[in-house]
Design a protein around this ligand. Structure first.
Ligand SMILES: NC(=O)c1ccc[n+]([C@@H]2O[C@H](COP(=O)([O-])OP(=O)(O)OC[C@H]3O[C@@H](n4cnc5c(N)ncnc54)[C@H](O)[C@@H]3O)[C@@H](O)[C@H]2O)c1
Length: 451
């Protein structure tokens, strides 16, 4: 298993600070304006169809653990790339990220890491400044709450986008994402969503075998994302409410979406993959907060158990837990009429058996290629070819699967796919600044209303 996988898994005793801050270390700019038909085309209006050999300028928005990794992977994916702009809300995060990227790029850093002092932007508007700084590709790796706005601005400006999962924390945000994904398609812009397991060699082969009928007709699946609790950052003197919540972002639903949306969405995406990406009609989901307490733990739950129902009455299941001293698991169990599959990315396991338990298929491909690098390799190749990957709508659907389960758990109600998409509940404050920000209440099933 590679280091990135272990960081995302949170298996290291659930120390989120280690998990989050782990740098998967981990990524001369053609700063001249592009000539098109003899006219100078301003960077914001430039058609994103870079030809082979042209330098691709990259901007990083959200300079944390994942952003640092994604930037180095982007730079390694294509030698004619250069990181030219970075944006974050916190100076310490931007500085440590730039250091990490520079170290990881080693002797390639001089050519590929050229972030001038005046291209290091801080604040909630830093994303727009990065987008406006003459970049061709942006990496959106800040918190999920901000993804819809960052994505919209990037697509409007004609940039190719790598966007980490999840794509939003609420339905209004996700509707905006779908619109941006469609616009990106119209403009032939790349939009690759960070459902990285879709780029894992063993998983691709196993889910491919399932799609080819290796289990017969798939009748159900159960995926798990059971980990320890995540770390917390005690409040420091001088931190405003907003800073406190952002520094502990994975414990606040408005920033992260809750852990079923922020982390377990990987396994929910794989549930969907196993079922041929069909969409459910509705979901019921049990959930609560058994072991979390204290201000740093914000308002998220620590366990969820979702039951999705599909046309014809088929049911499929996902369970996730972040509680210490309980066994961890991140397995996909897929059942078909002829057999079953057991798939685990943390301890690479790609097993297909018949109903008597006899192995009927074996994965024999590589286990050593980094899926995060794979996704960037494929993304940049597609951009160069002029046929950029755009999996935005699929990424939005997987995000919605997690969101609807959270809505069902928080309210205690059955939530239909249609209802979830039409939800008007907007969690992200419209005008965010570093200042007072009350802690949202913990939801109580049966009392909390669906909105
Ligand atoms: N695909 C994967 O395997 C994987 C792994 C880890 C994280 N992630 C995802 O990546 C995202 C980031 O996670 P992380 O672990 O890197 O978190 P992190 O806290 O390490 O990094 C996030 C960074 O974004 C910055 N930020 C927050 N809001 C911002 C804003 N409005 N504008 C600019 N910068 C802002 C933060 O200050 C921080 O530096 C999350 O969506 C997470 O779910 C995906």
């Amino acid at each position: 298993m590679n280091m990135n996988q272990s960081r995302e898994s949170g298996r290291t005793g659930g120390d989120a600070l280690t998990r989050r801050e782990f740098v998967r270390v981990a990524g001369a700019a053609a700063t001249l304006p592009v000539m098109a038909g003899g006219l100078l085309v301003p960077s914001h209006a430039r058609a994103a169809q870079p030809e082979a050999g042209k330098k691709l300028r990259i901007g990083l928005i959200g300079c944390g653990g994942r952003g640092t990794g994604a930037a180095t992977q982007a730079l390694k994916a294509d030698k004619d790339t250069v990181l030219v702009a970075m944006g974050d809300v916190f100076d310490d995060r931007l500085k440590s990220s730039l250091k990490g990227i520079t170290e990881e790029m080693g002797d390639k850093a001089a050519a590929q890491v050229q972030v001038a002092e005046d291209k290091r932007f801080l604040g909630f508007d830093s994303y727009q400044k990065v987008i406006d700084s003459g970049v061709d590709v942006v990496l959106l790796t800040s918190y999920p709450a901000f993804r819809p706005a960052h994505l919209r601005a990037a697509v409007e400006a004609g940039k190719h986008v790598f966007a980490e999962k999840p794509l939003a924390v609420d339905a209004p945000g996700l509707r905006s994402v779908v619109e941006s994904a469609r616009k990106a398609k119209e403009k032939n812009l790349g939009l690759l969503v960070g459902f990285c397991w879709r780029y894992n060699d063993g998983m691709k082969a196993t889910f491919g075998e399932i799609a080819n009928g290796g289990l017969g007709e798939v009748v159900t699946a159960h995926t798990t994302y059971h980990t320890s609790t995540l770390g917390k950052r005690p409040r420091q003197p001088g931190w405003s409410d907003t800073e406190f919540q952002l520094r502990n972002w994975w414990h606040f639903t408005w920033v992260s979406g809750d852990h079923i949306v922020e982390q377990a969405v990987h396994s929910i995406d794989r549930l969907s993959w196993a079922l041929g990406d069909r969409l459910p009609q509705k979901v019921i989901c049990l959930g609560g907060r058994a072991a979390r307490n204290g201000p740093e733990h914000g308002n998220v739950f620590d366990h969820f158990a979702a039951v999705y129902e599909y046309e014809g009455g088929m049911r499929a299941f996902h369970t996730t837990r972040q509680i210490d001293a309980c066994p961890n698991d991140n397995t996909d169990y897929v059942y078909g009429l002829k057999g079953s599959a057991t798939i685990n990315g943390w301890v690479p396991t790609y097993q297909i058996k018949d109903r008597s338990g006899k192995e009927t298929w074996k994965y024999t491909g590589p286990n050593d290629r980094d899926m995060y690098q794979n996704e960037h390799d494929e993304f940049f190749k597609s951009i160069r070819a002029g046929t950029p990957i755009n999996d935005g709508e699929r990424g939005a659907n997987s995000t919605m699967l997690a969101l609807m389960a959270r809505m069902a758990a928080y309210t205690g109600q059955t939530i239909s796919w249609k209802q979830a998409w039409e939800s008007k509940e907007s969690l992200v404050p419209e005008h965010l600044e570093m200042g007072p920000l009350p802690t949202p209440e913990v939801a109580v099933p049966g009392k909390t209303k669906f909105a």
